[in-house]
Ligand binder design. Structure first.
Ligand code: SAM
Length: 248
């Protein structure tokens, strides 16, 4: 989890439609748990609709950003949000939740063993009619390609952060079941020599044919899978799996 939270948040801003999807999923919920809540962008939006929301986050910098964002909310909303530093593969909150959510490929932060522990903890924390909702990218094409690596970092985006210009490059290394993504930021501040900052994130990905088995092993049944947040069917062209599951 060694990444600069400021640089991370500049690049990783969510997927189109994801907040509305999770808000709709939580519309009739009283208690929501978000695992890996990051800077709170989803948790705080859900709390604004009425539910109480607990966010668990392991990165202290991301948690600090979430707490700062919470402090800017109206007090009646802010008091519905609890932000806890913790590990989503190992938690016991001692109470049930109507919804547990993992937006924005958060499940892929965990290796297969820790992913199973996480999903088992999810099953244990769901209220009788509770639901798990998460979204991840589809791993099928990468699994089919096997092990390979980008030869060189590829430019992916240029960003402006105040008067600082940041060029971002990405290099991916693919292994069976996982992708290691290295982001290199070239940071140019006015009047200073450019500097570089890099971090690597490992995605332990899932394929469409693994969903039922992985969730089933944790005592969860898949109720719905879509190919995007608008309810599009999951098919060979889908880049995303949007999943809703329940405890057995
Ligand atoms: C892809 S980000 C998503 C953040 C947030 N859910 C969102 O949609 O904006 C994944 C987040 O999970 C956090 N994370 C990774 N592993 C974790 C763990 N074991 N326990 C808790 N948080 C974790 C990361 O620090 C990061 O903030």
């Amino acid at each position: 989890m060694a990444f600069d939270p400021h640089l991370y948040r500049l690049l990783h801003t969510g997927a189109p439609g994801d907040i509305d999807f999770y808000r709709a999923q939580c519309a009739d919920a009283q208690a929501v748990l978000e695992l890996g809540c990051g800077d709170g962008r989803v948790a705080l939006a859900i709390a604004a609709d009425g539910p109480r929301v607990i966010g668990i986050e392991r990165h202290p910098g991301m948690l600090a950003a979430a707490r700062e964002a919470r402090s800017a909310l109206p007090p009646a909303v802010a008091e519905r949000v609890e932000l806890i530093e913790g590990d989503m593969a190992d938690f016991d909150l001692g109470r049930p939740f109507d919804r547990v959510i993992l937006p924005y490929t958060t499940l892929y932060c965990l290796d297969p063993e820790r992913r199973q522990r996480c999903l088992s903890r999810v099953a244990a924390h769901l209220a009788p009619a509770g639901r798990l909702a998460f979204d991840v990218w589809v791993g099928d094409d990468l699994r089919a390609r096997g092990a390979f690596a980008d030869e060189a970092p590829e430019w992916i985006e240029g960003l402006r952060d105040g008067d600082t210009i940041i060029e971002i490059f990405e290099r991916d290394v693919h292994r069976p079941g996982r992708m290691e993504v290295t982001y290199t930021h070239q940071i140019a501040r006015p009047g200073e020599m450019p500097t570089r900052s890099a971090y690597t994130i490992t995605h332990h990905y899932l394929c469409t044919d693994e969903l039922d088995g992985v969730l089933g092993a944790a005592g969860l049944d898949v109720l719905d899978v879509w190919g995007d947040f608008d309810g599009a069917a999951l098919d060979d062209e889908s880049e995303r799996m949007v999943v809703v599951a329940a405890a057995r």
